[in-house]
Design a protein around this ligand. Structure first.
Ligand SMILES: *Cc1c(COP(=O)(O)O)cnc(C)c1O
Length: 237
C-alpha cells in the first residue's frame, strides 16, 4: 500500500488495481489466521471524501458495498451511480434532521444509537423499499466524546429497535479507540463480540477500519469498513 497510496485511484485501477486486490488478499489472510471463511466477511468500501470516479473504478472491479458518513455528500454520488445498483451504508453520526434522507436513500445504517432516531428511521422508511438494515453503534471504549449507546443501555435499545416495523436489526457496530498495537486493538472488538453474544439472532459485527481490520477479523468482524487503505488518502475533507 505504501507505494500505491501516492498514485491516484485511476492510475491504480488501470494498473490492475493493487489497492482492492491487496485488501482482499489481506482480508483472506486474516480470515485464514482466525480459522474463518473469508466469504463470511464483507468489505465495505468507505468512500467519504472520495470522488464519484473513484467509486466507479472500484465498482467496475466488483466492489458492491460503499459506506458514507454525510448525507449531503452521499446523495449526489448515489444519484450519479444509480445504474450500478450499489449497496449504500450510512456509517456517520445520525442527526434527527437527516433521518428522512437516510431512510430514503440507504440500504443499511450502522450508527443507530438512540431510540428516537430509530423511531424516525422506521416511520420515514418508504413503503416500497425493504426494511432498513440496522446495526446499533456501541461506545465500547467509554469515551464521552464518542457516539454509540452505552453498553448498559444496549438491551433496552435493541428491544425498542426490534419492535419497529420498518427496521431490521442485524447486529452491532463500534469504532473503538485507535491503536497501532494489534493486541490492544482487539480489546474493543472483543468487547463488541461479547456484547453481541447476548442476542442469538444477530448475524453482523461491523468493526475494523484501515488500521485495525486484521484484529477485528480475529475477533469476529463480519463487515470491515475500509477507506484510506483502499482508496488512498481522502482528497476532500
Ligand atoms: C471514515 C470511517 C471509516 C474508514 O476509516 P479509514 O481509516 O479510512 O479506513 C470506518 N468507519 C467509520 C465509522 C468511519 O467514519
Amino acid at each position: 500500500m505504501q507505494a500505491s497510496q501516492e498514485n491516484s485511484v485511476t492510475t491504480r485501477a488501470s494498473a490492475g488495481d493493487p489497492g482492492l486486490e491487496a485488501i482482499r488478499a489481506r482480508i483472506a489472510e486474516a480470515a485464514t489466521q482466525a480459522q474463518r471463511s473469508a466469504a463470511a466477511i464483507t468489505l465495505l468500501a468507505v468512500s467519504k471524501g472520495q470522488s464519484i470516479e473513484a467509486i466507479r473504478c472500484l465498482a467496475a472491479l466488483g466492489q458492491n458495498a460503499f459506506g458514507e458518513n454525510y448525507v449531503q455528500e452521499a446523495i449526489p454520488k448515489m444519484t450519479a451511480l444509480a445504474a450500478l445498483n450499489l449497496s449504500w451504508h450510512f456509517i456517520g453520526r445520525l442527526q434527527a434532521n437527516k433521518t428522512r434522507e437516510v431512510a430514503t436513500h440507504f440500504a443499511w445504517v450502522h450508527s443507530v444509537d438512540r431510540i428516537k432516531l430509530a423511531e424516525r428511521l422506521s416511520a420515514q422508511r418508504p413503503a416500497h423499499l425493504a426494511a432498513l438494515e440496522c446495526c446499533l453503534e456501541v461506545n465500547v471504549s467509554g469515551e464521552t466524546s464518542k457516539a454509540g449507546v452505552d453498553p448498559g443501555a444496549l438491551a433496552e435499545l435493541a428491544a425498542a429497535v426490534r419492535s419497529l416495523p420498518r427496521l431490521r436489526l442485524r447486529g452491532l457496530m463500534a469504532l473503538p479507540t485507535l491503536s497501532l498495537d494489534p493486541l490492544a486493538q482487539r480489546v474493543g472488538f472483543r468487547r463488541l463480540r461479547e456484547l453481541a453474544a447476548a442476542f442469538a439472532d444477530f448475524d453482523t459485527l461491523s468493526m475494523g477500519t484501515s488500521v485495525d481490520f486484521v484484529a477485528a477479523i480475529a475477533e469476529g468482524a463480519t463487515i470491515v469498513r475500509i477507506g484510506t487503505a483502499l482508496f488512498g488518502p481522502r482528497p476532500r475533507p
